[in-house]
Structure formats: C-alpha cells, structure tokens
Design a protein around this ligand. Structure first.
Ligand SMILES: *[C@@H]1O[C@H](CO)[C@@H](O)[C@H](O)[C@H]1NC(C)=O
Ligand SMILES: *[C@@H]1O[C@H](CO)[C@@H](O)[C@H](O)[C@H]1NC(C)=O
Ligand SMILES: *[C@@H]1O[C@H](CO)[C@@H](O)[C@H](O)[C@H]1NC(C)=O
Ligand SMILES: *[C@@H]1O[C@H](CO)[C@@H](O)[C@H](O)[C@H]1NC(C)=O
Ligand SMILES: *[C@@H]1O[C@H](CO)[C@@H](O)[C@H](O)[C@H]1NC(C)=O
Ligand SMILES: *[C@@H]1O[C@H](CO)[C@@H](O)[C@H](O)[C@H]1NC(C)=O
Length: 414
C-alpha cells in the first residue's frame, strides 16, 4: 500500500512538472513522519530528474536561461547533500573549511563593523545589517539563496573546499532527536553538539512587535556554552541584537549591533520545537499545499498570529542558544548554513512542481521590501538588487536568483 501511494505521488510530481501543476493538490502530505520523509525523497527524486533532463537538453524554462553565469551543464552541475549522508572525510573537509573562514581576515572595514573580526563574520554582519529588509519580504528566499551560495563559494575559493554546502533535513532530526543526529551529536564530524546544561531555564518567549500575542516555546536540554565537537572553542563576535532568552526577555548589546562582543557559542537543542514546527509532514505540506509564492513563503516563515513558526522558525529555534535564537545574528552559529540550505531545498522542490511560473515572471515573487510591510514600502520587482555587502559577490537582480540551474547557479539537491 505505502509503496503504491509513493509511486502515485512520484508520478503526480512528475506529471505536474510536465505542465499539470493542479495534479499535486491531490497528493496529500502523510501525517506519518517516516512516510512523509519518503514523500519528501520522492519529490526530490522527481525534481532532480527534471533538472538533469533540463540541463542536458538546455531547456530554457529550467536551465541556462540567463547569460549571467554561463551555461549550466551536466558536467558542472553540483549536488548538495544531507549532512548524514556525507562520509567522515567529507564532513571533516567541510568543518575545516568553515574553521578556515573563521581564521581569515574580515573584508568588512572595522570602522563600519568593529565586531567583524574574520571572514565568517562578514556574513553575520551583512545579515544583521539587512535583517528587516530580508525577512517577510519579497526577497526572503532569493536573498538567502544567494547568501548561502556565496558562503559555499567562499569556502571553496578562499579555503580550498571541494565539496558543496550540505543541508540539515529537520524531518530526520524530528524523529531521531537533535542530540542523536550526525549534525548535532557533538562528535568531531558534527557541527558541534549541545550547550552545557543550564537547570530550570524557563520558557522562551518570542515577542512580536506587531501587537500579536508572543509565541511561547519550551526551553531545550542545554542552554550554556557548546562543550563538544569542532566549534567547542569558537568565539561569537557580533551581537546580541534581538536574542530571545530562556526565562523570558530579550538580549541586546547596548553598544550597538556592530559592536565587538566576544563570547562562547551557546546552544539549547530543543527537539520539541523541531517536532512541532519542522517535522517531515510540515515540510511536505509546505511543498504540496501552497499554490502561490505568497502562501508558500508565509507558511514557511510562520503566519503571524497563528502561533506557528513555520519550518523556517522551527529549524532556527530548535538550535536554541546564542546566536541561534537571535533573528539578526543567527548566521553566527555555523549550523545556520545547513539550515538555510534545507530552506533553499524546500523552495527548489516547490518551484520544481511548476517551474514556468515559479522560477520566472511576476508570479515567482510576492511582497514588499520591508518586514511584514512595516514601515510600508512598494512591492518588490524582479529587478530589485540583492546585495550581500561585504559577504561578497556583485549585487544581482532577484530574477537571476530564482532558478538553481540558470543564472549564476548550477546545483541541485539529492
Ligand atoms: C522544458 O521544461 C518545462 C518544465 O519542466 C516543460 O514544461 C517543457 O515542456 C520543457 N520543454 C522542452 C522543449 O523540453
Ligand atoms: C547547451 O548549451 C551549451 C552552451 O550554450 C552548449 O555548449 C551545448 O552544446 C548545448 N547542449 C545542447 C544539447 O544543445
Ligand atoms: C549596511 O547597509 C548600508 C545601506 O545599504 C550600507 O551602506 C552599509 O555599507 C552596510 N553595512 C554593512 C556592514 O554591510
Ligand atoms: C578547546 O579548548 C580546550 C582547552 O584549551 C582544548 O582542550 C580542546 O581540545 C579545544 N577543542 C577544540 C575542538 O579545539
Ligand atoms: C507537525 O507539524 C505540524 C505543523 O507545524 C503540526 O501541526 C503537527 O502537530 C506536528 N506534528 C507533531 C507530531 O508534532
Ligand atoms: C502588490 O502586490 C500584490 C500581490 O502580491 C497586489 O495585490 C498589489 O496590487 C500590488 N500593489 C501594487 C501597488 O502594485
């Protein structure tokens, strides 16, 4: 039975990419976590096949559309993989490259951002600087796609990394628990584990600044400085800017958002939050249910007032700690990039179900240029530039960032 329904799902996914996107509305996300994980993989298999076919036949709807990045061909098509599927050596190579980035000098002028001490911090500073113009905005997905890609490129070109940006599938950790997962188990092939136990932490209260009730989350199982794994001794240099604290309250460095404030990396792994908001059914539902980009990106970020953080907030807040619970400074935890690679993968999967209108033209984006349109701003356009600041790269129009196999990009997920 189960195998049969998966085949039907894969066929529906495949037929929808051939021009009948309505077909997907009949595919129902399974509420069984294991089965939903298989649905996710079936969607990925279909999307990967479609992208490979398009790249090899130069299908301009899916691949090689823009001249911005040269041709994407089967021979230069890169594959991003789940952390748990990498070999020990591959994980260590990635970790070393991240540590290398943290050892290189910053490009950000210290007069501008005194707290940007290394190349890794350039990315954190750029995210802090633009936070209110890249979340709940039309550029949320494209900005973070380009940002994650630029980070991957920095690891490759500045630190000799030959692999790709791995991702963290929250659907798996919702089942295994974060502490037991290859991403967070604290081994020397993980992204480091939990923080030291802080007893009786109290709930985390996420304040919303638009008059809506706060979202209350349970605390995690750690809370203190990370005690294991490769990033055990890492220094977080920037923030906090808007850090939701266990026990309530918000942490903010009074010296300003760009001040130098060296401290340890804290984690508060919270599998419960992962399970509530970013389980496999929630992921598959986010891919299969929304029919337009506005609904898709709102479901992903959490519709204000519903108390749901969406899969985006679910992943962030399940890491917990500092800067994991800081909306501005979150890229200061190196696991951020595994999380955002998964966010990008979910967008790519959703796009693959109807690439003609989800990767080009006016239906590919929706929204304005400011956080929940506050303060009010005009609708964004496909010509709006995404500028990563000192993280690097030329400012590029949103239209070039909509496909992973056209424009400057040439990658898929497995
Ligand atoms: C290109 O791909 C799109 C989307 O998958 C499909 O609808 C279209 O038929 C393909 N065109 C060609 C020429 O293969
Ligand atoms: C696809 O486009 C590239 C670059 O324009 C070209 O070199 C290649 O021959 C094309 N492949 C096919 C199958 O048309
Ligand atoms: C922050 O954004 C402003 C306005 O775009 C820009 O002038 C400044 O260089 C940016 N600072 C950083 C650290 O990226
Ligand atoms: C962190 O520092 C401690 C104390 O200096 C040292 O024993 C440990 O090996 C370091 N860990 C890593 C991963 O560098
Ligand atoms: C899975 O996520 C959805 C959406 O957030 C939620 O409604 C559901 O309760 C979650 N399932 C479990 C078992 O927590
Ligand atoms: C902005 O976009 C929305 C749809 O996303 C549309 O309903 C609205 O009319 C647009 N506003 C302007 C001024 O174009």
């Amino acid at each position: 039975m189960r195998t049969g329904s998966l085949i039907v799902l894969a066929l529906q996914a495949a037929s929808s990419v051939l021009g009948a996107p309505q077909a997907t509305s009949t595919a129902v996300p399974s509420s069984d976590p294991e089965e939903a994980l298989q649905q996710l993989q079936a969607l990925n298999d279909a999307a990967a096949q479609q992208a490979q076919d398009a790249v090899s036949s130069n299908n301009s709807t899916v691949a090689s559309r823009s001249s911005a990045g040269g041709a994407c061909t089967l021979s230069n098509l890169k594959v991003r993989r789940e952390w748990g599927t990498l070999s020990k050596q591959e994980k260590k190579a990635y970790i070393s490259a991240v540590q290398c980035l943290m050892s290189k000098p910053a490009n950000t002028p210290s007069e501008l951002v005194p707290g940007a001490k290394n190349r890794f911090d350039d990315f954190v500073a750029s995210h802090i600087n633009q936070t209110m113009e890249i979340h709940y905005t039309a550029n949320f997905l494209s900005w973070h796609r380009y940002f994650t890609w630029m980070y991957e490129k920095a690891l490759q070109t500045e630190c000799g990394y030959t692999g790709t940006q791995p991702y963290w599938n929250w659907g798996i950790t919702a089942i295994t628990g974060l502490e037991n997962s290859p991403v967070f188990d604290g081994s020397d092939t993980s992204m480091s584990g939990n923080g030291a136990v802080v007893p009786n932490e109290g709930d985390v209260v996420i304040q919303t600044n638009n008059g809506l009730p706060p979202i209350v989350l349970p605390p995690g199982t750690g809370g203190g400085c990370v005690t294991s794994g490769p990033f055990q001794n890492m220094t977080v240099n920037l923030g906090p800017v808007s850090l939701s604290l266990a026990g309530g309250g918000v942490g903010t460095n009074p010296d300003g958002q760009f001040a130098y404030n060296p401290r340890c990396l804290k984690r508060d792994l919270t599998t419960k939050v992962n399970q509530m908001f970013a389980n496999a059914s929630a992921i598959v539902s986010n891919i299969l249910v929304p029919r337009d980009i506005d609904t898709f990106q709102m479901q992903m970020q959490g519709v204000p007032g519903t108390g749901n953080l969406g899969i985006h907030g679910g992943g962030h807040y399940s890491m917990g700690g500092d800067p994991g619970r800081d909306f501005f400074v979150s890229p200061g935890d190196p696991a951020f990039y595994l999380h955002h690679s998964m966010i990008d993968r979910v967008w790519w999967l959703w796009q693959s179900l109807s690439p003609r209108d989800r990767t080009q033209g006016p239906t590919a984006i929706a929204g304005t240029r400011t956080f929940l349109n506050s303060p009010p701003s005009p609708n964004a356009t496909l010509d709006d530039l995404v500028d990563l600041g000192y993280a690097g790269g030329p400012p590029l129009p949103i239209r070039d960032l909509l496909s992973t196999t056209a424009g400057p990009f040439c990658y898929i997920y497995l």
